[in-house]
Design a protein around this ligand. Structure first.
Ligand SMILES: *Cc1c(COP(=O)(O)O)cnc(C)c1O
Length: 409
C-alpha cells in the first residue's frame, strides 16, 4: 500500500506483514531466526514459486526485512526495495543491480560521479571497483554542463552509471538532481548512441524521502545508509536500494551472494525509527536553518554551508535536512571548539536525535593533504554539525560558549 504523503507512508505504507496470523500483534515480532521450517516438499515448492507469506533462510529473506522493504518503497515512491547490512553494502548492491539490469556491455561500466563524494564510497570505487574493471570518472564541478560533457566522452558500448549524492558529505554541496538528470538524458549515453547506456543512481542519505524523492526527478535508482536519518536513533547500521523491480532483484542477488543481508533485529529497529521520519526531518531542518543563520552572524565562524541557505533553497521546499558545516580560524581553534563543547558530543557519524559534531580532517578524511581536502571542499578547520532535535537556543548556546574557549573563560 502506498499513500500520497510521507507522514502516512512512514506509519502505514507497504504490505501488511505476517498475514498468516489470525489476530495481529500491534508491533511486529522480531523473527530472530536463521532458518524457517516447512511441513512438506510441497511447501518448499510453494515458497520457491513465490508464496508471499513463506520464508526459508534469513540470508535470503526474513519477515522483518520484507516489512521494512515495502515501507521504504512506499516512502521513496519506488516499485521495489532491498535492504542490506550497511549503506556501503547498499552502494555496492545498487551498482551491481544497475550494471546487470543495464545489460552487460562490451566496454564495461563507467561510473561518472562528483569528486565531493562520501569518503567510504570513494574508497569502494577506487579500492574495490577499479580492480574489478570499472572506470571511475570524477567530475570537477556540480554543473549539469560538466556532467553532460563527461558523459559525452563515453567510449562506445559502455554502460554509464551517473552516481550523485543529493547533498554531499562532508562538503555540504547540494545538487540540483532534476537539472543533472535532464543533462544526463540529453547526453550521448542518455540517448543510447553508440550502444552506450545510462542509469542514474542517487545517494539520498542526507535528505531522506521525507524531504526529497530523486525517483520523482528522473533518477533510476536511489540508495540510503539507513544508519542515518531513516533509522535516526544511532542504534542500527543498515542500507537500502530502491528502484524498478528488475534492478532491485539484481541488487538483491548481490546482497544474497555477498552475504550482506540486514539482520532481523536491525531491521526491526530501523522500522521503529522510520515511523517518525517525517516529523524528525521537519524539526532537523528547522533547527539547522535556525542554527546556520545564527552561525553566519558570528565573527569566529566562516563559510557556513547549509543547503537551506543558498540558491538551492527552492529545490528543497520541505526543508534541507539537519547537516551543516562551517570553518573556524585554524585547526587549533577547531580542537579548542570540540573540547569546549558541553552538551554536543564529538561523534563522527550523523543524523541522530541529539546534536553531534565531527571533524572530517582527523576522521573520515584523515591523512589527506591540504590540497586534497581543498579539492573536496573542506579544510583543516572544517567542523561538520549534525543538528539534532533539542531546543535550538540550547544548541546555539553550547556552540557559542565553546567558541569562546569553553566554560571556564
Ligand atoms: C554513512 C554514509 C554512507 C555509508 O553508510 P554506512 O551505513 O556507514 O555503511 C553512504 N553515503 C553517505 C552519504 C553516508 O553518509
Amino acid at each position: 500500500m502506498k499513500y500520497e504523503k510521507p507522514f502516512t507512508n512512514a506509519l502505514q505504507g507497504g504490505d501488511k506483514a505476517f498475514r498468516e496470523m489470525k489476530n495481529f500483534s500491534k508491533t511486529a515480532p522480531i523473527f530472530e531466526t536463521s532458518v524457517f521450517s516447512f511441513d512438506s516438499l510441497e511447501d518448499v515448492d510453494a515458497y520457491l514459486n513465490g508464496d508471499p507469506d513463506m520464508y526459508m533462510y534469513s540470508r535470503l529473506d526474513n519477515p522483518n526485512n520484507r516489512q521494512l522493504e515495502t515501507r521504504l518503497a512506499a516512502l521513496e515512491s519506488a516499485e521495489s526495495a532491498v535492504v542490506s547490512s550497511s549503506g556501503m553494502a547498499a552502494v555496492f548492491a545498487a551498482v551491481m543491480g544497475l550494471m546487470k539490469a543495464g545489460g552487460a556491455v562490451s566496454s564495461g561500466t563507467r561510473i561518472v560521479t562528483s569528486r565531493y563524494l562520501y569518503g567510504g564510497t570513494r574508497s569502494l570505487f577506487f579500492q574495490e571497483l577499479v580492480p574489478l574493471g570499472f572506470t571511475i570518472v570524477e567530475v570537477d564541478s556540480e554543473s549539469p554542463d560538466a556532467v553532460l560533457e563527461a558523459l559525452n566522452e563515453s567510449p562506445r558500448d559502455c554502460l554509464n552509471i551517473l552516481y550523485w549524492e543529493t547533498v554531499s558529505n562532508p562538503g555540504m554541496k547540494a545538487a540540483d538532481i532534476r537539472k543533472l538528470t535532464e543533462a544526463a538524458h540529453a547526453s550521448k549515453p542518455g540517448k543510447g548512441e553508440d550502444g552506450c547506456g545510462l542509469e542514474i543512481l542517487v545517494d539520498n542519505t542526507f535528505l531522506s524521502p521525507a524531504l526529497f524523492r530523486p525517483l520523482e526527478h528522473g533518477a533510476d535508482a536511489v540508495l540510503h545508509s539507513t544508519t542515518k536519518y531513516l533509522n535516526g536513533h544511532s542504534d542500527a547500521t543498515g542500507g537500502a536500494v530502491l528502484s524498478r523491480e528488475e534492478v532491485v532483484e539484481h541488487a538483491r542477488k548481490a546482497v544474497i551472494n555477498f552475504g550482506s543481508q540486514l539482520s532481523p533485529f536491525e531491521s526491526w529497529l530501523t522500522l521503529r525509527g522510520l515511523q517518525t521520519l517525517p516529523m524528525r526531518m521537519e524539526r532537523h531542518s528547522s533547527n539547522a536553518l535556525d542554527i546556520a543563520a545564527r552561525l553566519k552572524e558570528l565573527p569566529e565562524v566562516y563559510n557556513v554551508c547549509y543547503p537551506g541557505l543558498d540558491s538551492l533553497r527552492d529545490s528543497f521546499p520541505l526543508g534541507a535536512g539537519g547537516m551543516l558545516s562551517f570553518d573556524l580560524e585554524s585547526s587549533a581553534a577547531a580542537g579548542r571548539f570540540i573540547r569546549g563543547l558541553n552538551m554536543i558530543s564529538f561523534s563522527p557519524s550523523l543524523a541522530g536525535l541529539q546534536t553531534t559534531v565531527s571533524y572530517p580532517a582527523s576522521t573520515s578524511h584523515r591523512n589527506q593533504s591540504d590540497e586534497m581536502l581543498r579539492s573536496q571542499g573542506i579544510s583543516r578547520s572544517t567542523i561538520r554539525l549534525s543538528v539534532g532535535l533539542e531546543d535550538p537556543d540550547d544548541i546555539f548556546q553550547d556552540i557559542q560558549q565553546a567558541l569562546k574557549g569553553g566554560e571556564d573563560v
